[in-house]
Design a protein around this ligand. Structure first.
Ligand SMILES: Cc1ncc(COP(=O)(O)O)c(C=O)c1O
Length: 392
């Protein structure tokens, strides 16, 4: 550490130089991330309220009330107004909270198990590791849809929870949530939906008249939902969300911190100190955009998705892994050859996609920062790479 501090201008200059190696959203390089540039107005609001701490909600009663208001507004678009919930550091923490509840609600099960699709996000493996839960992973069919018969066969007397995904990490697909709901109906099994990505896409796709199968609280057996503002909500990082149908679960399973200056409140969080600024920013984003603003953004992403999908299907040697249901495009080889070489070559040209070796696919997440010009350049490079590698 320096003895004497530097001038602000000098520090900013150093920072600019040191951060030059970061990829940027506006360059179009970041094609495989579920995060994007937050909405400008959200950033302004966040800066203004950056010091709010919801780790001690009794000191920030206005912020806490705003969080509640936001949750009930989100409940409205998720099909059940009277929900409770909380904002987290992201989808991983929200899924961890859900898995903890799953275990806590069934103390009678000594060896707790959760059944979920193999396409579930890695955060469930983390949660299972931390909580001592055994995961039973159901296979996918050749078209990447969930094999529901296999899913059902994994449910047994130790099953305390099941998970369905509304917007898989690899392909943005939606599991048959209604069918899973029917399987567990009348059984004491918690049903969590991971809509970390899809949560702020699907309600607007429905408004745009896309055919969206039921995935939210409109499905009777659904107990909780993860949906992240810092993905398609255009919120400030870090902000995930956990939403729960039955409010009594907070009293049954919440933590209570005895020493807080603002008094005792039950909460679900793993973290103590918790940003209030990100939540206030998301409240402002929702107020600012409204349903129509989100619809417009989602429509632009879907138009670009369809354009990219069409261009990929015209290239000999590669194909779409699945028809995109939302703004995620999976690319695989036509002859089953490994996709890794194509990914390596794309990286040399600074195209950063997600790679899923288990499914032999690379993935573009068509976030709002990606514009047509980026896609045209990407396709041009991709076409040349496929030709050069002679993958036909
Ligand atoms: C479906 C799904 N769930 C959970 C997560 C984890 O979210 P986070 O990175 O915000 O913890 C992701 C991340 O991409 C995801 O795609």
């Amino acid at each position: 550490m320096l003895e004497e501090g530097l001038k602000k201008q000098e520090i900013l200059k150093i920072l600019e130089k040191k951060l030059k190696n970061d990829f940027t959203y506006e360059s179009g390089s970041i094609l495989g991330s579920m995060c994007t540039e937050p909405l400008e107005f959200g950033k302004q609001v966040y800066n203004k309220y950056i010091s709010k701490n919801l780790g001690d909600p009794g000191l920030f009663l206005g912020t806490a009330a705003l969080e509640e208001e936001l949750i009930s507004e989100i409940g409205e678009i998720f099909g059940e107004q009277n929900i409770i919930g909380t904002f987290t550091t992201g989808g991983s923490e929200a899924n961890l909270i859900a898995m903890r509840i799953v275990k806590k609600l069934r103390p009678d099960i000594k060896k707790p198990e959760v059944v979920l699709p193999i396409s579930a996000h890695i955060s469930f493996d983390k949660a299972a590791d931390l909580l001592g839960i055994k995961l039973r992973k159901a296979k996918l069919k050749a078209n990447y849809d969930l094999d529901l018969t296999h899913f059902e066969s994994l449910i047994n007397k130790n099953t305390c929870g099941v998970v369905g995904i509304a917007g898989t990490t690899s392909l943005g697909l939606i599991d048959p949530i209604e069918d899973i709901g029917k399987i567990i109906e009348e059984r004491d099994i918690f049903f969590h939906i991971d809509a970390a990505f899809g949560g702020f896409v699907l309600p607007f796709l429905k408004e745009l008249n896309y055919e969206i199968p039921p995935w939210d609280f409109t499905v009777k057996s659904v107990s909780s939902i993860t949906a992240d503002p810092h993905k398609m909500g255009l919120g400030v990082i870090p902000s995930g969300g956990f939403f729960l149908r039955d409010a009594s679960i907070l009293q049954k399973t919440g933590f209570e911190i005895p020493y807080l200056a603002g008094g005792n409140f039950k909460h679900f969080h793993i973290v103590g100190t918790r940003p209030g600024g990100t939540i206030i920013a998301f409240w402002a984003i929702i107020k600012f955009l409204g349903i129509n603003g989100f619809k417009e953004i989602v429509k632009r992403c879907m138009d670009n998705t369809q354009y990219l999908a069409k261009r990929i299907s015209e290239i000999d040697g590669i194909k779409l892994a699945a028809d995109p249901m939302m703004n995620v495009v999976g690319i695989t080889t036509e002859n089953g050859e490994s996709i890794c070489e194509i990914d390596d070559e794309l990286r040399k040209k600074n195209w950063m996609l997600g790679k899923f070796t288990d499914f032999n696919l690379i993935r573009v997440v068509m976030m709002p920062h990606i514009v047509r010009e980026h896609i045209v350049k990407f396709i041009d490079d991709l076409e040349k790479i496929v030709k050069k590698l002679k993958i036909i």
